[in-house]
Design a protein around this ligand. Structure first.
Ligand code: 5RP
Length: 236
């Protein structure tokens, strides 16, 4: 299969294929969002068809719910499943401490809730997501629609005193309209260039009224499986 794929898709697909081996019969599995997670959902569907695994998946987005059903996976809400054995999800950046920036696909709120309600979170990625310092990828925050521009201004003012190299807060749009999350909120992408203290920043962001959640995943991820375009896998 990988002969037909670009190096980046090869990297994503092999990481996803490796990760689904951690899923065992009877498990409740959090299903991430994004192109790498889409591979994971397909491979999990193959295992269910071929091995008759009895698993239930909890999707982190409407997009993933559709993919999971197409792949033949049984799905449930988080409240139906209550607690999960494992969550497998992608990332936009990860560092040596397995701190993540997530939310490039706009699903960070559900992703963080689902991963936090799991015994184990495995992240799958192409190796380009590995960074020495977080922050080159804009950090997404989910904000409620009410007072959106005021919230944005308060976030920018707060960033001014943080250990970051930039503090531009840009409302995410699609076709000139604000992007709307599955929860009916919006996303502001924070162009910070480099995040000196992710823990301090995450706490400060969630103190701003109107901010629902931020895309920093700290002490949540247990393992990163990263793929290379030449077929190599690294496990951190
Ligand atoms: C969605 C996410 C994704 O996991 C992240 O954006 C990575 O996406 P991809 O696998 O397409 O590179 O956080 O909210």
């Amino acid at each position: 299969m990988s002969a037909e794929l670009s190096p980046i898709d090869t990297a994503k697909s092999i990481a996803a294929k490796y990760a689904v081996q951690f899923v065992e019969d009877g498990m409740r599995v959090g299903l991430g969002t994004g192109s790498t997670s889409a591979w994971m959902v397909r491979y999990l569907g193959e295992r269910v068809q071929q091995e008759g695994l009895n698993i239930v998946g909890v999707p982190t987005s409407r997009r993933t719910a559709v993919l999971a059903q197409e792949a033949g996976l049984r799905i449930a809400t988080l409240d139906e499943a209550k607690w999960l054995d494992i969550t497998i999800d992608g990332t936009d950046e990860y560092d040596a401490e397995l701190t993540l920036i997530k939310g490039g696909g706009g699903a960070l709120l559900h992703e963080k809730i689902v991963a936090s309600a799991s015994d184990r979170m495995i992240v799958i990625a192409d190796h380009s997501k590995s960074v020495a310092h977080l922050g080159a990828f804009p950090l997404p925050i989910e904000v409620i629609p009410f007072g959106l521009q005021t919230t944005r201004a308060m976030v920018e003012a707060m960033l001014d005193g943080m250990d970051v190299l930039g503090w531009e807060a840009v409302l995410r749009t699609i076709d000139d309209q604000p992007f709307v999350t599955d929860q009916g909120n919006h996303i502001i992408d924070l162009h910070l260039k480099r995040i000196g203290d992710p823990r301090h920043l995450a706490l400060a962001l969630n103190q701003v009224p109107g901010v629902v959640e931020n895309g920093l995943f700290i002490d949540i991820c247990d393992m990163v499986i990263s793929g290379h375009g030449d077929g190599r896998i690294e496990v951190t």
